[in-house]
Write a protein that binds this ligand. Sequence first.
Ligand SMILES: [Cu+2]
Length: 455
Amino acid sequence: MMNRRQLLGASAGGAALVSTAAWAKTSNMGLPEAALMDGPSTQAPKAPDTGVPYNPVVTLNGWTLPFRMNNGVKEFHLVAEPVERELAEGMTAYLWGYNGQSIGPTIEAIEGDRVRIYVTNKLPEHTSVHWHGLILPSGMDGVGGLSHPGIPPGKTFVYEFDLVKSGTFMYHPHADEMVQMAMGMMGFFIVHPKDPSFMPVDRDFLIMLNAFDIDPGSYVPKVMTMTDFNLWTWNSRIFPDIDPLVVSKNDRVRVRVGNLTMTNHPIHMHGYDFEVTCTDGGWVRPEARWPEVSIDIPVGAMRAYEFDAVHLGDWAIHCHKSHHTMNAMGHDVPTFIGADKSALTHKIRLVQPEYMPMGTNGMAEMAEMAMPIPDNTVPMMAGWGPHGPLEMGGMFSVVKVREGISAGDYSDPGWYENPPGTEAWEWTGALPEHAKAESPDTQLNPANSIVSDRG
Ligand SMILES: [Cu+2]
């Protein structure tokens, strides 16, 4: 079993596993230690020190739950509790999660393992844990009131079952589900094949799609929201603070994506075509796979895809619903494209001299503007790349494929430098008549050409 010190040594980022005296006490009474994570940085994968070898998964901005062996049973301890999660630098949310964070820690085990999972409820209401996609006895399925009574506040229940198949699964409450999932309670459950030669990969990334509705300046999600969320997150984290997917050239890479929001998300990755190789129902047989560059992740489902990382570069990976790559301030804003707001701006400035009209030439100016924003929120589209603003937020990250990255190294290699002659350049020669604009202003605003009285 890995002890706390070994885990600290294995962690990659600034965050560290911490433990509390309270848990040391319960540990003496026979429960496994309930590890706690205090920050949002991606933790280095945990290579197994027992059983058959497997290549551990990497939970972006997350971590893997330690376990102990007890007479051949793999024991874990989840604690359902209120947590503070940094969604991005400058924005913290008061969520519910597991073991100190939302999303909860990833559970990793091996096909054929028997697992015993202690679940302690430190929430103010009952909860349960449903093991999504796993084949198990009915009474272990975690539907509060159906499989077993809800776990009352302050109590610990024990789930125990055999992992009869490998694959990509998740866990979440099945008790006051609307509230508990809107508050951030969810995690991955990855079961590695007992045959290490079955579909091995070099890098195995986990992304859980989730969403919150948190007003700028506030901290607690509005749990009644059904569709109109304003923060679209991966593993309870938003771009530009979602860590990159760091890959060494020629690695075989798997990306596993789960969706616990109320809408589908077409996940699009640039630079590659890939094949869907696994769903939460199991592995896809080779003859049943087909090529894609976007994969729609339905609500309450998981998809894993694989590719060989042969193309060097910085490749965007994002949800293709463009509103899902925006942060909180991108909503409820009227469209002004082509509108002449100069007269209105003049009037507003008489009473509000700092007023800035926005959106006339599109909204990209929002990304560059250093506009004051309320406490505890983030700009609508924020990330900066090597060539300027990315104008992205929410569900976006970058796959960084480089030569010679060591196995197990997930540290950010910085921006890719395009080799000479391989980057789009500015044409400075003559233009055909139709392509010429009278001035940059009319070029940007077709509507201006029909506004005859523009000043
Ligand atoms: Cu989306």
